[in-house]
Structure formats: C-alpha cells, structure tokens
Design a protein around this ligand. Structure first.
Ligand SMILES: Cc1ncc(COP(=O)(O)O)c(C=O)c1O
Length: 401
C-alpha cells in the first residue's frame, strides 16, 4: 500500500534521539523549555524569520495556547472555516470561545472573504484562517477586515509549514501562527506543535501557558496547562529541520509530475490543485487534493459512476484503495459543522446561524463531497507517481464500464 503520507526519518533523527537517551534528560519544567526544545525553536525561528517560536506538544495545543493568550471571554466568537480538521474548532471551544463557521472559496478551499465579512459581529474577537492542504488563505484581505474591525488573526498553519504568501512564510503574518508536527505532516516529531509570533508580550504569555502558568516554580500567574514538548520529540524535529527544504522540494516535484500526468487524462470534471500564476501563493504540497466534479453538473447527474454525482468520489476512492492499493484519502467529510457535536453546538449557541444553515456553507458542503487527496510525499519516486496517475486513469475507466 502506498500511504497518503509517510515521514522521512533517517540517521539525523536517530543520532539526536540517542543523544537524549544517553544524557537522560527527557523533559524540562523550566519556562524556556529543555535544551533540545530550545535548539529546535531557534532552528524554526530562523527558518520562519520570526522573533519567537514556542514549541508545544501538538498543533491542537498550539491553537489552544494561542487562543488562551488572547484571553477569550464567554460569548466571544472566532470566525473559521468548517472545512478543516476538527482540531481548529475544538481549540476555540477549549479556550472558552464560540466557533462561527465561514464558507470557503472553490479556487483553493480556504476561507471565503465575502462570507467572512458578512459574519463579523460585535461579538467577533478573532479570525482563524486555515491554510488547508498547504494552500495559503487570502491573508491580505483577511488582514484588511481584521484591521478595520479590531480583530486578531490566529493562523492555523498546522498543514502549511513552508507555504509562502507574498514572500512571507504562512504562520508569521497573523498575531500568532500555529503549526503541527503530527506524524503525517511535512515536518514531524511524532506528535508536536509550535506557535510563532513577533510579539514579545504574547511570547511571554505563551511560555507560561505551556507550563501551567508557572514562571519560577509553583507560582501560577495565568491559566495554563502542560503543553510541553518532550525532548525526544524535539530531537526528532531538529533532525527533520535539517532536511525540510529537501523534503519540500521532493513534494513539489512529485506534485508537478502528477499534475502533468493527470492533465493527459480525459479530464472531465477533474480539477487539479494549482498555484496562482502571479506566484503570490506558494504551496508546501502537504496534500495534493483534486476535485472530481465540474461543479455545474451535480444536479443533473443521476448515477454515481459519473463525475458530478455525489457518490462518484467515494467510488473512485474505493477503486484506488482496494484495487490499486494507494492510500488516497478524503479531507474532510463531513465538514465540522455537520458533525453531531457541532450541529448541536451551533443550534444551541448560534440559533441565527443554524436557521440560515441550508445555504450557509454551500462550497464547504460541495467540497466535502468531491475532494480526494493523492500521495505526493517525499519518499515516492517518479515511478510511484506514474503508477498513481495510471491507476487514477484506470479507476475512472473501470467506473465507466
Ligand atoms: C488544520 C489542522 N488544524 C489543527 C491540527 C491539529 O494538530 P495536531 O494533530 O498536531 O494536534 C491539524 C492536524 O492534524 C490540522 O490539520
């Protein structure tokens, strides 16, 4: 089976990990973190060209810490897409806020600016754009709305380490940017995360928050939790940092080859991911996600073996997984607002939004039915990519029979 993502681990990580074991210091309760946590933070700080990086034990912890640092009060709303991993919304709830879901655009599946503008109210405190699949959201337009309404921007950059927006790294443009180092991500420490910020005061808060609000001992000064990154994880992340550029380059080459090969297929209803022509968004190619629909046809197609029918994507997925043994995957179906927990939360906290729900998140619901992600991770060879493209074309043909 070719998995959708697989970490590239070798001697770099092993060497650093073994040194941690030899030294026998597995974590540190110090405010500034352990030795390797600090070394990793400085590597990532340099890579991102940012003043502060605070490493934590997951992307979820990074988001929770960032939202806690804002000091959300009951009733404060955070605007974010529903087309994301549920951790984005869960972190808002965990930090005491109310998530308000915004639709996405169908060009790159990131937050839709028009819908975002409509959903700002006097209760809105922050905007959380998600750079889904490694596609940078429209940060200039988001910043304009945030500035004119005195809102904070917390970037969910959990999928976008290495993606660039107008020559700046994603995760460094809002007041805080949150990264994940989960096992599938472009850079991994197994589990792990980090927050980037240029703000000295926020950085001080974040360091306290990751350590139960303590500074010099048992002197809890703000609310915090144990969000510390273990030294072994920091050691793996350090090894990964050394080859981050190489890993991203391999993803880019694989994605380009896959696009070239898929563009020779019969094409009907297939949208491949593309960076804008003017180069203002550069993807890290964390997920190579196609849409299996021409978007005009959905209502007119009656059988699931044709692109456009809501069942077609799932049949293609089954063909690819079961026949070709390629771990294609759907990110995300259902979207967050249609999960049982969030359906209820939206109804209880946001009755106005739920009343409008049927037409509210149209592109989100369309995308959740039609997207499919194909592997482009750095351990794949050109032959693997050819196999993936050929299998994709055969799957389409098989469904036509
Ligand atoms: C968009 C998004 N947000 C948040 C997270 C949470 O990160 P983690 O799994 O490291 O907690 C993830 C990662 O899976 C993600 O993809």
């Amino acid at each position: 089976m070719i998995p959708i993502n697989r970490p590239w681990l070798n001697d770099e990580e092993k060497k650093e990990m073994l040194m941690v074991l030899d030294e026998g210091i597995l974590t540190s309760p110090a405010l500034e973190g352990g030795k390797r946590v600090q070394e990793f933070e400085s590597l990532l700080r340099r890579y991102l060209s940012i003043k502060h990086v605070i490493a934590v034990n997951s992307g979820t912890s990074a988001l929770i810490a960032a939202l806690l640092a804002l000091g959300l009060k009951e009733g404060d709303e955070v605007l974010l897409p529903s087309f994301t991993f549920v951790a984005s919304a869960n972190s808002v709830v965990a930090a005491g806020g109310t998530p308000v879901f915004v639709d996405i655009n169908n060009a790159d599946y990131t937050i839709d600016i028009k819908d975002l503008a409509k959903k700002i109210t006097k209760r809105t405190r922050a905007i959380m754009p998600v750079h889904l699949y490694g596609h940078p959201a429209d940060l200039d337009e988001i910043a304009e709305l945030a500035n004119s309404n005195s809102l904070e921007i917390i970037e969910d950059a959990c999928q976008s380490l290495g993606s660039v927006y107008r020559k700046r790294q994603t995760g460094t443009i809002g007041s805080m940017g949150c990264f994940s180092m989960y096992a599938s991500k472009v850079l991994t420490s197994g589990e792990g995360g980090a927050i980037a910020t240029d703000d000295d005061l926020l950085a001080d808060q974040l360091r306290m928050i990751r350590n139960h609000g303590m500074v010099e001992g048992y002197d809890t000064r703000v609310f915090g939790l144990n969000l510390r990154l273990p030294e072994i994880c920091a050691a793996i992340a350090m090894g990964q940092m050394k080859k981050l550029d190489e890993m991203l380059e391999k993803r880019r080459n694989n994605a380009k080859l896959l696009t070239d090969l898929l563009s020779h297929s019969d094409g009907d209803g297939l949208t491949t991911p593309t960076e804008p022509d003017d180069g203002h968004k550069k993807f890290n190619w964390y997920l190579y996600t196609v849409a299996l629909d021409s978007r005009q046809t959905e209502d007119k197609i009656n059988t699931p073996d044709l692109p456009g029918h809501p069942g077609y994507r799932d049949l293609m997925k089954d063909e690819m997984v079961n026949s070709a043994k390629i771990g294609v995957a759907v990110y995300y179906d259902p979207p967050v607002h249609l999960t049982p927990y969030y359906r209820e939360l939206v109804q209880s906290r946001l009755p106005n939004q739920s009343r409008e729900m049927p037409n509210n998140l149209k592109t989100t619901e369309w995308a959740s039915r039609h997207v499919l992600s194909l592997p482009v991770h750095p351990l794949l060879s050109a032959e693997d990519i050819e196999y993936i493209a050929n299998s994709f074309k055969s799957a389409k043909q098989n469904l036509k029979k």
